[in-house]
Write a protein of this length. Structure first.
Length: 101
């Protein structure tokens, strides 16, 4: 009896945790866009969006941030990990430069 209750508990837990969409739907397409190997992300930003890296800064010993600007004023902020992965963390439009004092 304990074994049956344990099995039912495990099944109920899995049903609560598993996604509600069918497995055939595949992974979330946004997840494929947001993170990618760094070389692929750079190529995508440069070729597909005609973006230029205008700023980069160290965030930690294993991470640095990059700001990419597109000719129309749209921008993308990425974080580059030492593992070789780059993720988009923010996007926007109407970027403008501020004068340094």
């Amino acid at each position: 009896m304990k074994r049956l209750v344990s099995s039912l508990t495990i099944c109920a837990t899995l049903l609560m945790v598993l996604p509600s969409h069918p497995a055939s739907a595949g992974p979330d397409p946004i997840a494929r866009i947001i993170c990618a190997p760094s070389d692929q992300m750079q190529t995508r930003l440069e070729r597909r969006f005609n973006a230029t890296r205008v700023w980069s800064g160290l965030r930690s010993p294993d991470e640095f941030m990059e700001l990419w600007e597109e000719p129309d004023g749209d921008w993308t902020l990425t974080i580059v990990y030492a593992s070789g992965q780059t993720c988009i963390v923010a996007m926007g439009e109407h970027i403008s430069s501020l004068a340094r004092s």
